[in-house]
Design a protein around this ligand. Sequence first.
Ligand SMILES: [Zn+2]
Length: 367
Amino acid sequence: MKFTRREVLAQIGLLAAAGEAVPSAAPGPASGNSPSVASRADAPLHGALFWDDHSGFGPTPDYNLEHLEDWRQAGVDYLSIDVGYDVIDWTQAVRNLGAYITWLEKRPERFLLVRRADDVLEAKKTGRMAITFDLEGMDALNGDPSLVALYYRLGVRQMLTAYNKNNLAGGGCHDQDTGLTAFGRRVIAEMNRVGMLVDCSHTGYRTTMDIMETATQPVIFSHSNPKQLRRHGRNITDDQIRACARTGGVIGVTGLGYYLPDRASTVAALADCVTYVRDLVGPDHVGLGLDYSPVDLNDVAEFDALSGTKPDFWPPADYSAPWPMQDATPRVFAQLAALLHERGWSEVDLRKVLGENFLRVARAVWK
Ligand SMILES: [Zn+2]
């Protein structure tokens, strides 16, 4: 069943909160991000941009991208799709890109591969979901910084340094972090030159602090939660959050149960993380990178096989929860908006966290 954004808001009571009658949840013909659903009844969120800075499904060339409908039907306007991470061979990232570009280009009525930040707004205006790609780890470069420009031309708009474990560029968050290497510095400089957003998620503390000191453009954490709210190797300290904000960047709060104060991934737990970051560095530096993976049995089996053969990437002490975890789905955008609204957030700040902060950074960095 498809839901319009109005119906999603109605279900979670935001329309009632805005003084509107709550309609029955009849399925509508329009998808969540279609402009046809925008109406006065959406107040106070009329036309708000929903920006999800990172997908969480294991990227393979034959992954069924019809799952992107989970985002579209929740009214998400932009998604960065993960096409590679240090766990897989870099050549698979290239194959993923080939397969995803082909799939998306055959469906121009629903998706738009965007190049510039303002293309995201153009996609939203025409009822399509905007897509770019991201890489989790610089092993995807196979030791060659010139591949940054190549990936950029293929639609990759952000890359993080090291996925959990150390690599040629720097330290991972679950490893003995030795800092940003000379190779890592060359890559960061090349990313700044090309206009690819520098992401610090999954990367070790010292390496991230090195990056944020040397980067000449805003830096982000695409999907990382405050360590003060949950002690976990993947979560980040107040120091890291402040350093990110100083670059003009954004911290994307993630919806995975492992990293939230409440493993059931309640909306309240997500709201607490968002509020914590806002209280620490202000409303201009917090957004959402849900890391959501639609439930797919093949995907789960594949992850189990990978984590079994490569336990260093996911130390058992940190990843003991049964799979599949309880994670937030893209519908949390509307739910979170409703809860933060209830908690007294202004409409201006709500719009920032739902998407405008990441849009601002993309405008500043993408070329
Ligand atoms: Zn990740």
